[in-house]
Design a protein around this ligand. Sequence first.
Ligand code: 3HC
Ligand code: NAI
Length: 683
Amino acid sequence: MSKVTTQREGNVLVVTLDNPPVNAFSTEVRNAMADAVGEVAADDTVEAVVIRAEGRMFSGGADITEFGSAPVHPTLPELIDAIEDLDKPVVIALNGTALGGGCEIALGCNYRIAVPGAKIGLPEVKIGILPGAGGTQRLPRVVGVEEALPIIVTGNPVSAQKAEEIGLVDRIVAPEALREEAIAFAREVAGRAEHPVSSRRTDRIEGSDPAVFDQFRARHARRLQGLDAPAKCIEAVELATRLPYDEGIAKEREFFMELVNGDQSKALRHVFFAERQAGKIDGLPKDVQPLPVRKVGIIGAGTMGGGIAMNFLTAGYDVVMVERQQDALDRGTAIMRKNYEATARKGRMTGEQVEAAMGRLTPVLDMQALADCDLVIEAVFELMEIKKDVFGQLDTICKPEAILASNTSYLDVNAIAACTSRPEQVLGLHFFSPANIMRLLEVVRGDKTSPQVLATAMDLARKIGKVAVVSGVCHGFIGNRMLGARQDQANALLMEGALPAQVDQVLLDFGFPMGPFQMADLAGLDIGWDPDKTSSSTVREVLCEQGRRGQKTGGGFYDYGEDRQRTPSEAANAVIRDFAARSGNEQRDITDDEIRERLLYPMVNEGALILEEGIAQRAGDIDTVWVNGYGWPPHTGGPMFWADTIGLDKVLAGLERHAERMPDVKISQLLRDKAASGGRFNG
Ligand code: 3HC
Ligand code: NAI
């Protein structure tokens, strides 16, 4: 079956694209499209053209898997030029999402119609490139600079309605009538003497204010920092206003080639594919079908329980939430409502949607209400005894086919499963805080978890919009185990003469949104701290004893003003220096390079151990965890991809160089082997 077919409808030639799953413009598709364009040019009886697509969207754009190899003709820019050069009008019918090359091809057509649900955009910047098939030059000519800049630089698509408002789409048409309306439109315009041609338009860019670009740069300075692609996107649009089209396009091509071959784009493309790969479980029988889940139970209405419940309520599931005491239940429910209302105020939900979501929630004090739930997620205190007790009760209360999950951060999921008569129905579902916002979900596979339960969890994760990664059972699973490796070194560095601000700054410079001590202050230093058992034996304990329990108390490792801005704290630093002096370590000036190596190399090493032990299925899964759950800068690809990029021999040499100061770091054999053979973690 050809991926592009043509049908005659009187004087109109309908060209249909059909390349599941996302109608990407692969070499094969481009060739077939070019043939169709040739057919139009050669046939005098064709007076107008409709380009349309089969499937659930118009197109996800160029085929990203082909990036990095030598360009094959016809390239996408060549194909779009050929469409634009036809002396017959071309109407494109967007049956859904049109991204990247999918939007650029639309810009090369004379007329564009779309269904109401279509989303149109240029997300290239998110994979570290810029639109390279004319998007940076045609879009500003069609919609003007002020509308084009955010679309190209943020990569966020616009709705069909917005597209119509700004002139990117000519008409909005009901989905069922799209094909017929497109043909009728083509007939309607066939007789016109002239048609709009994007690349030749100047009406929207003439006289644009050159100050707009610097203002845009200033407004988005933070999100642009350290990133190559957005800067080039802005420059390319700026050039569209100053250079003739052909020269602008030549610059766009030059920027595209530079970016696509750069490390940042390689890393971001890795992140894109790794996230999608993470949802696939090796060795699972092909025919396993996920179990139906309609009603979800949540135990605990605290920080995590409430956030987890919101995921399911938003996605349309009925939720029963259980607490021990009425006040805790009321507090938890009130916070959920407050969060929903804040979302509504930002215009991301309607009032009716808020009420509908809250209406699906049943808050209760009696565990018996969980009897008919298909899935129950426990989010009570992080104490094994309590979890065991809860799972023992669940086993007697819940229907036999119900799935029982724990949101534990560290505890042994196998031991929890062993408290039930159905360990095959038990697994970990480790959400991240704030659970209604963070995209990551670690799905913890117990030794006995059944393939069907695992498949159900992956399916559910997709339905509630999470990026799921499978982890085996170990202390802290993938993410927190590696975080522990980093935190050990952060603490050790304080004992050797560094201060929190220096340690944190190194990670900020690397691209993390915050460093380990900022993170500790945000989470609260008193997590797991017991005022009755405190013994002044660690920096953290003493800070808690002094009432410095983090941001919420106005001080922790840092001092915080009213505006929550941090400043280095003399009081906290004095505590640190006191412990450091008594630690027996030589106090020295530590370079930023050493800090970076000490924090990040042990994480890579822990990741290698995690792979070696089979806790993670693949290196890309570890990268997905860190990019989506812990703020690892995506443009470096995640810890394992970053290590591949800088060279595993370099990482190993660094670990060996610092070995004396890191006696607890056991170097992974997998890392040694790969370093010796010049291998990589990611294929
Ligand atoms: N090229 C190659 N494969 C792609 C692809 C693309 N542009 N877009 C998606 N895929 C693949 C995915 O890897 C996945 O493969 P798998 O089934 O083997 O895992 C499959 O298609 C389905 O993708 P999703 O699971 O992401 O499907 P969704 O329905 O959730 O989302 C989408 C669809 C919104 C189109 C999303 O896939 C997406 O955002 N894709 C990338 C869009 C993009 O960045 N386009 C720009 C490309 S660059 C370009 O056009 C360059 C030009 O300027 C020269
Ligand atoms: P929390 O203290 O905010 O909430 C726990 C809630 O459980 C409390 O409201 C408590 O009243 C309730 N509870 C305790 N025993 C109960 C029982 N037997 N029946 C019903 N309710 C009961 O704790 P938080 O932060 O929500 O953590 C819950 C779990 O999630 C822990 O296992 C934690 O390790 C894990 N987790 C926490 C994260 C975080 O950032 N806070 C992140 C990921 C996981």
